[in-house]
Ligand binder design. Structure first.
Ligand code: CP
Length: 306
């Protein structure tokens, strides 16, 4: 399958066959590293918003494939965006230096805009509250790793579904795999209408809930997310919902033996640290898988893997 030059911007742009192929390539990367696959290629890592996992796993993935990395982690301080340069002009220039661009930006649609400014592949590491497709690919890889399949699973997605870009991308990607989805959120943070419409159009079974306790014993995956303070226009609204979900060890009594707790991270208070030592916790392994999925993506979009 030829991914050479492909942008990874939004899940609906990627077919089921393409997703399955990325996951197969990532599994190969996990089993057998290839330290000189992308020797002499350059990754531009452009982060206009804070990140730990996405940025560092992209950069580590690149370096473990022999690439060199340029870029910035604090665009507001160290890039010419601070002087008023448009994103379009920045990307057009950076595309002349780098072979591939991984980026995160607070504006929805920024990755699409970037893809129009350069012919180098754009890997979207999160655009505002919109999409986080590379996170979704590592989430699917992790679900498959833990459940030995992707099809026909019961999956709860919990927390900030309104602003949570990881939840939007994940729900849309799962639509390919005949899931039963449970969306658990306070009413004010439920899944946006455009995602629900997408799921209905694709005949996905889903229901909406306010309490984790109502769904936890039914599911194969409990996908927790952080209530994202930085996305709330009204700080009082954040204060009202910030601690609404806290997963504790005792809540895991009675769950399916195969149930895994996932979280894109960072967590704040929504998973108590005592959960970490249970057989259900899988969020740190999930973060590690980001490395293999992003190695696979870099190899694919640069045309070195087929
Ligand atoms: N999962 C994720 O996007 O984490 P970071 O914000 O640390 O990159």
């Amino acid at each position: 399958m030829d991914f050479k030059g492909k942008d990874i911007i939004s899940i609906p742009d990627i077919s089921k066959q393409e997703i399955d192929h990325v996951l197969a390539i990532a599994a190969k990367m996990k089993k057998k590293p290839n330290p000189s696959l992308l020797k002499d290629k350059v990754l531009a890592s452009l982060f206009y918003e804070p990140s730990t996992r996405t940025r560092l796993s992209f950069e580590t993935a690149a370096e473990r494939l022999g690439m060199r990395v340029i870029g910035f982690a604090e665009a507001g301080v160290s890039s010419s965006g601070k002087k008023g340069e448009s994103l379009h002009d920045s990307i057009k220039n950076i595309g002349l230096y780098a072979d591939v661009i991984a980026m995160r930006h607070p504006a929805e649609g920024s990755a699409r805009l970037a893809s129009e400014a350069t012919d180098k592949p754009i890997l979207n590491g999160g655009d505002g509250a919109n999409q986080h497709p590379t996170q979704t690919l590592l989430d699917l890889f992790t679900i498959k790793e833990t459940q030995k399949k992707l099809s026909g699973l019961d999956i709860a997605i919990v927390g900030d579904l309104k602003f949570g870009r990881t939840t939007h991308s994940l729900a849309q990607a799962l639509a390919y795999y005949n899931p039963r989805l449970y969306f658990v959120a306070p009413e004010a943070l439920q899944m946006p209408d455009h995602i629900l419409k997408f799921l209905k159009k694709n005949k996905v079974k889903f229901s909406q809930h306010e309490k984790i306790e109502n769904v936890i014993n039914k599911v194969d995956i409990l996908y927790m997310t952080r209530i994202q303070k930085e996305r709330f226009p009204d700080p009082l609204e954040y204060e009202r919902v910030k601690n609404v979900y806290v997963l504790t060890e005792d809540m895991l009594e009675g769950v399916k033996p195969n149930m895994k707790v996932m979280h894109p991270l960072p967590r704040v208070d929504e998973i108590e640290p005592s959960v970490d030592k249970t057989k259900h916790a899988y969020y740190f392994q999930q973060a590690e898988n980001g490395l293999y999925v992003r190695q696979g993506l870099l190899g694919l979009v640069l045309g070195k893997l087929k």
